[in-house]
Design a protein around this ligand. Structure first.
Ligand code: AMP
Ligand code: MG
Length: 339
């Protein structure tokens, strides 16, 4: 997946041999999912599906069918802000090799948009087949990390691991309590500087951040980053980062990307069991302000995972927006997985 993977497993010191096996099993899971879903491998199942576009049905594995089904769910939930068929746009903008990236001509964007959209994918989950229209391609970069983490957690649970933290490229899920029966403390990165701006206390579940600082290029003083609005074909601007807390990592990963594109917390405010943190320039609008004037907005689910999930180191007055939640209007935004 072209990213870093850390697993920390806590066991009594008498079980260190078991911990070695835990770690091996965790790496195995990630390796297998990478073999299936990486765009960077010629031999992955996803590459085969993309190459088969326009050529009828392709047989797919159960994990790929699962993740595609979750992707369809998040596209619907976000009115198309989250869309794994965005691949041709990510490619056109050059985000697979940002060193060579440049702003494409408007006409090219328009043409590429015709190949983007979930209506170009049909999925038969029971027959385990997928069909992609000619020109359409899939990129699972916004959801596969979360999915892989959830699979790892399932394996660690099966192995009766009492506590663990799994971090795949900045998406994290925890199992059990941190040592000392405390919540896990997850640092939140400053979007422009190499330091933390605050922390989240996670009792359980997962946290994921989508930011404009991971993969980007600059042209004419403007930053273009790797998350693209699939409806306009343009990289999203005006937001630095969106963090989502959810019961599992698939949900947190998909929703952080979706909310980043949807440019707001409205989507998250409608979701049961989900909290969010948005970091944007203080004067959002046309000009970027100096990086130390950040604006935070937090939504907080009353029961999940803690009452005030975010502590800002510099702005202690950041308060969650719990009061604006209309509980009767809640939607189910959590992808149900087996663990
Ligand atoms: P994340 O860091 O989880 O937000 O995922 C971002 C990655 O997902 C990008 O690097 C692209 O590969 C892909 N992507 C970009 N825009 C979208 C989008 N609107 N919906 C789904 N995936 C996207
Ligand atoms: Mg994501």
């Amino acid at each position: 997946m072209g990213t870093t993977f850390d697993v920390t497993v806590y066991r009594p010191s008498t079980e260190s041999a078991l911990a070695d096996v835990d770690l091996e099993s965790a790496f195995d899971v990630v390796r297998k999912i990478d073999q299936l879903m990486s765009l960077y491998r010629d031999d992955s199942e996803l590459t085969a599906l993309n190459k088969g576009a326009g050529g009828g049905e392709t047989k797919i594995s159960a994990p790929l069918a699962d993740i595609l089904q979750a992707s369809v769910f998040y596209t619907r939930l976000s009115d198309g802000a989250f869309d794994v068929t965005v691949q041709p746009l990510v490619d056109l903008w050059g985000f697979y090799r940002v060193a060579n990236a440049a702003v494409p001509p408007e006409g090219e964007i328009k043409k590429t948009l015709e190949t983007v959209g979930m209506d170009h994918l049909s999925l038969d989950k029971s027959a385990r087949t997928a069909t992609l229209d000619a020109g359409a391609k899939i990129d699972l970069g916004a959801i596969a990390k979360g999915y892989a983490i959830d699979r790892v957690i399932a394996v660690l649970r099966e192995r009766s691991v009492p506590a663990a933290l799994v971090n795949l490229g900045g998406t994290v899920r925890v199992l059990g309590k941190a040592p000392g029966h405390r919540p896990w403390i997850i640092g939140i990165r400053h979007p422009r500087e190499n330091r933390l701006i605050g922390e989240v206390r996670l009792e359980r579940g997962a946290i994921s951040t989508s930011g404009d600082y991971d993969r980007y290029f600059e042209a004419d003083g403007q930053r273009y980053s790797h998350i693209i609005d699939p409806r306009s074909g343009q990289p999203v601007q005006g937001v630095y980062a969106m963090t989502v807390l959810a019961p599992n990592a698939t949900t947190a990963d998909a929703l952080s990307t979706a909310a980043f594109v949807a440019d707001g917390l409205d989507l998250l405010l409608e979701c049961r069991n989900v909290s969010g943190l948005k970091i944007e320039p203080q004067n959002s609008g046309d000009q970027e302000t100096s990086p130390d004037t950040l604006l935070f907005t937090v939504t907080s689910e009353p029961d999940f995972p803690v009452k005030a999930p975010f502590t800002s180191y510099e702005h202690p007055s950041v308060h969650p927006l719990i009061s604006t939640i209309d509980h009767s209007a809640y939607r189910d935004c959590v992808w149900q997985i087996d663990n």
